[in-house]
Design a protein around this ligand. Structure first.
Ligand code: VGL
Ligand code: ZN
Length: 198
């Protein structure tokens, strides 16, 4: 019961054919389903943006997807519109075994702040509540899988390690966006934060 599997953002928009498709994003689904049986607690995260979210390029005139802008909380990549609340793209991949989840945590609802991490919004300050959920259930060790390795998995893993959880990221059950070397930088940052790559 002290180990949890955290499944990050395995949603249609991050799979081939989706608005922010991660190459091979769908290929990790069978392996994630199989891995669920090894854990006493299973948490799914769901990127869940209001339409017109500030992380969408379409919300900034003259900006294109993958441009960078400066937000009050720091630099922000602008994304194609994705994971809009209630849309088909925001739904979990149809083969993901969501019936096994103990908790589904949604993030990215604040229109003014993006939220890559399952623990904090990108202001690094506003909590999602996941830390409290895990601690009150006695969870001390986390294995992270899902999408995308270099964004939501990366930020979630670093935050979890900083919060004092024992953190592993299972690389074969993750896939990356990899913008300008962001995947290599993410593994470096995770390693420095004390995250184990398995
Ligand atoms: C993600 C970009 C924008 C992710 C979410 O799940 O990695 N990336 N929103
Ligand atoms: Zn998002």
């Amino acid at each position: 019961m002290s180990e949890a599997l955290i499944v990050i953002d395995v949603q249609n928009d991050f799979c081939p054919g989706g608005a922010l498709a991660v190459p091979e994003g769908d290929q990790i689904v069978p392996g994630i389903n199989a891995r669920m049986q090894d854990f006493g607690t299973i948490v799914l995260t769901q990127d869940w943006h209001p339409s017109g979210h500030s992380s969408f390029a379409s919300s900034h005139s003259g900006k294109a997807p993958y441009d960078m802008i400066e937000m009050p909380y720091g630099p922000q990549v602008l994304w194609p519109d994705h994971c809009v609340q209630g849309s088909a793209g925001a739904a979990f991949h149809k083969d993901l075994d969501i019936d096994r989840a103990d908790l589904i945590i949604r993030k990215g609802m604040n229109p003014a702040i993006d939220s890559y991490s399952a623990f904090f919004e990108n202001d690094q300050n506003t909590p999602t509540g996941l830390e409290g959920y895990l601690r009150t259930r006695g969870v001390t060790a986390l294995t992270l899988v899902g999408l995308a390795t270099d964004f939501c998995v990366n930020f979630s893993a670093q935050d979890a390690a900083r919060l004092g959880f024992k953190v592993r990221v299972q690389a074969d059950l993750c896939r990356a966006i990899d913008l300008d070397g962001s995947l290599a930088a993410a593994w470096q940052a995770m390693q420095s934060a004390g995250v184990a790559k398995i």
